[in-house]
Design a binder for this molecule. Structure first.
Ligand SMILES: Cc1cc2nc3c(=O)[nH]c(=O)nc-3n(C[C@H](O)[C@H](O)[C@H](O)COP(=O)(O)O)c2cc1C
Length: 256
């Protein structure tokens, strides 16, 4: 059975929670799913101090002792994750952003390949589209298989028409998520994804050494030699583009 975890940025069990509940109902109409709700408010998560020990020496050196690993384990144990947040001042709720700050080392050493990811944003009036865009970009950079989520308007009192739109949007988002969750094909990277990988690995290889965790992680993962983070046939054009990105990254480092 597939395991799906919803991470919720709202402090209340209101609009965001209701949207996730609809999403869950839709998913379960396809097949039995082990579905878990995680409210960030129920976990202890300190603010990042910016010491960079996680980047440089490894995440186990973080001086903050709290529920970070417990939350991360929830992702490791899941086949799919949903990040659901209200729009607060044109951004995700701070409590959720804090989680992404505390796990930013994963942007250097992504590891969620094969796991499906989507986003639900609820808002009164405006700003949610850019939050979705940002959260999608985080998901991609963390290695997830990102599917288009939804941004729904929840201005109170909710009209019948508004509720119908929410139901429709959530239904479409859950259908896309389910399709990816159950897909057996390995996605080929986009040109941008390929460029990000090649630029990152060249910088890490040329500028760091084995006293640095990013360097060791890339080396142990075989990423200094591989075409991409995971085994995938790139095809002629992307293979060529990959070589060009390696060359470009080397030039940029030489002339910085
Ligand atoms: C502090 C705060 C800031 C908000 N900022 C925005 C905003 O910038 N744009 C917007 O459209 N809605 C904004 N809203 C409305 C919420 O995004 C909306 O009501 C959301 O559905 C609340 O989710 P919840 O019921 O799960 O708490 C804000 C609400 C709060 C409490």
């Amino acid at each position: 059975m597939k395991k799906v975890t919803a991470f919720i940025g709202s402090q209340q069990k209101k609009a965001t929670y209701r949207a996730v509940q609809e999403f869950e109902r839709n998913l379960k109409s396809y097949e039995e799913i082990d579905f878990e709700y995680i409210f960030f408010k129920d976990y202890k998560l300190e603010y990042c101090k910016g010491c960079k020990l996680c980047f440089e020496k490894g995440e186990e050196n973080c001086p903050l002792k709290d529920d970070r690993n417990l939350l991360l384990n929830k992702i490791y144990e899941s086949d799919g994750v949903i990040f659901a947040t209200p729009n607060y001042a044109f951004q995700m709720a701070a409590i959720m952003k804090n989680f992404f700050d505390r796990t930013a080392f994963l942007l250097h050493r992504p590891r969620f390949f094969g796991k499906t990811y989507t986003v639900i944003v609820t808002e009164g009036i405006f700003g949610g589209a850019s939050i979705m865009k940002y959260l999608n970009s985080l998901g991609k950079n963390l290695g997830f298989r990102v599917t288009k989520g939804c941004c729904v308007k929840t201005l109170e009192p909710t009209t019948e028409l508004q509720q119908q739109k929410i139901t429709q949007e959530v239904k479409k988002a859950s259908s896309r998520f389910y399709k990816e969750l159950t897909s057996s094909t390995t996605p080929t990277p986009s040109l941008f994804g390929l460029m990000s990988f090649r630029m990152a690995r060249t910088s890490i290889k040329e500028l760091l050494d084995d006293s640095n965790m990013d360097y060791c992680y890339f080396k142990e993962s075989g990423w200094f030699e591989s075409d991409y983070y995971y085994n995938i046939s790139l095809g002629f054009v992307k293979k060529l583009a990959g070589g060009f990105f390696d060359f470009l990254a080397n030039q940029m480092i030489k002339h910085r």
